[in-house]
Structure formats: structure tokens, C-alpha cells
Design a protein. Structure first.
Length: 258
């Protein structure tokens, strides 16, 4: 009997020690893979995906901190939230971080981390311990991309050519699908009208092929090329140039430009 009683007391003790954290984990969960981060020139928008796994609405307080690679909190934002049962997307805006002010292309902030902490409001008893975690900014920004373009180094007047464009995530290197890309070729003509290719979307491997044809007579020896890409609110560019071959006996070579 004493042995059974001892086992019962031990089991109750373990449950009392673990019930707080376990209850917290069952009550509220942050779906990190569904959380999205938008990096903009005027700040950062976070769509925090939160799941309330209880049957009651939980009153909570949410704190977000943007942490740089050195572990220093650059900016933070917090707000009260009412979390009904089931999934909820919380849209929280953070101020502009130093990297966004210093680096116009906003790429350096991809190396940051987003730290979240969810605590109960004083009147709520459904969240006995805080929920905390860290999300990689690069993993939560799948729509951010950079463009890589390959095309002919030399082009001939009256010729038909193609530029091969690829959109990839600048940190993970993963292909980005659905980026709307288009190329503009400046022929340095009197009317300043560039050749603009048809806009295409990148495929599942991040590729798109932009075809163009040159006039029979091209007055310049160099053609400046600008490729633009857009996906959602994010856009990127790649610049390059083609050398014009005015002599048909010179063979074309391929080259890459960013």
C-alpha cells in the first residue's frame, strides 16, 4: 500500500509541475510556418498566425521584437489581442529598423530574427505561462527575391533574342514562383521609346524567358537593359547591357549580368 501510495503522490507531483507549461502549449500555439513578414521602406508588417486550441476566447498581450544578428533588439511593437477559438492572423506593424534606413534594398534585414512573446492579460486565467519563440525573418519572407539574368553579350541588328530570367530568394536560394518579370531595352533613339518585352511570370523553378527583336538599324553600339520583377508588394531590378554587332560575320556569345 505504501508503495502504491508513493507512486500516486509522485505522479500527482509530476502533473502539478508540468500542468502549467503543458496547458499553455495546448491553449495557445503560434504557427510559425504560416507567419508572414513584409519588409517595407516604412517599417515591417508581421502577420502572426496564432491558434487558440481552447473553446473560449483568450485575452492576451503580444510583444514582437526584431533582433539583429548580434542579438540586439532593433525595434519592437506590442498590442492587446482577443483570440477566439481557432486560428487567428494578427497584423502588427513594427517601426523602421536601422538596416531599413541604411540599406535601401532592405536585404540585410533578412538576417534578423523575429522574437514573439504572448502573455495573458491580468483578468485572463487561460494562459498561465507565456508563449515565446523565435522566427527567422528570411524563412517568413518567401515573396522576397532577387533577379539573375542571362542573355547574349552581342546582338545583331534585325535579330531575335531571348533573355533568361530567374528569381530566387536572396538568403535561402530557393526559386520564387509567380514573379511578374519584364525587360526594357533602351536603344538610344530620338523618340526615347524603349523596346519592352511581354510580361511573364516565373515558373516553379523561378525561370522565365523574355524574347525580343531588334530593329534592322540600330544607331547605338550598346543597349542598356533593365529587367524588373514584382510579386505582391515587393519588387526588384537587374541591369545589364548588350553590345551591338553591326557586322553579321561576328558570332554571338552568351554572358550573364545582374
Amino acid at each position: 500500500m505504501r508503495y502504491l501510495a508513493s507512486r500516486f503522490v509522485w505522479a500527482v507531483t509530476v502533473c502539478l509541475v508540468l500542468v502549467g507549461p503543458c496547458f499553455a502549449q495546448v491553449g495557445i500555439r503560434v504557427n510559425e510556418t504560416a507567419t508572414r513578414i513584409q519588409i517595407r521602406s516604412d517599417g515591417t508588417i508581421v502577420d502572426l498566425s496564432v491558434e487558440n486550441q481552447t473553446r473560449e476566447t483568450i485575452s492576451a498581450h503580444v510583444l514582437l521584437e526584431l533582433v539583429d544578428p548580434k542579438g540586439v533588439v532593433q525595434v519592437h511593437a506590442d498590442q492587446d489581442a482577443s483570440l477566439p477559438s481557432g486560428p487567428t492572423k494578427l497584423k502588427i506593424a513594427l517601426p523602421t529598423a536601422f538596416a531599413q534606413q541604411k540599406n535601401p534594398d532592405r536585404r540585410s534585414i533578412l538576417w534578423y530574427r523575429l522574437r514573439y512573446t504572448i502573455t495573458a492579460n491580468p483578468l485572463s486565467k487561460s494562459l498561465p505561462t507565456p508563449i515565446a519563440g523565435i522566427i527567422s525573418v528570411s524563412e517568413a519572407t518567401p515573396e522576397i527575391f532577387e533577379l539573375h539574368v542571362a542573355g547574349p553579350a552581342f546582338v545583331r541588328e534585325g535579330g531575335h533574342y531571348a533573355a533568361r530570367v530567374r528569381a530566387i530568394h536572396p538568403v535561402t536560394g530557393r526559386p520564387v514562383t509567380g514573379v511578374k518579370v519584364q525587360a526594357s531595352l533602351d536603344l538610344d533613339t530620338d523618340d526615347n521609346e524603349p523596346i519592352v518585352t511581354k510580361a511573364l511570370a516565373t515558373d516553379r523553378q523561378g525561370f522565365a524567358t523574355l524574347e525580343f527583336a531588334l530593329p534592322v538599324n540600330v544607331s547605338t553600339d550598346e543597349i542598356d537593359v533593365k529587367v524588373t520583377g514584382k510579386l505582391g508588394d515587393f519588387s526588384a531590378e537587374a541591369d545589364g547591357e548588350f553590345r551591338v554587332n553591326h557586322f553579321s560575320n561576328v558570332s554571338a556569345r552568351s554572358a550573364a549580368f545582374d
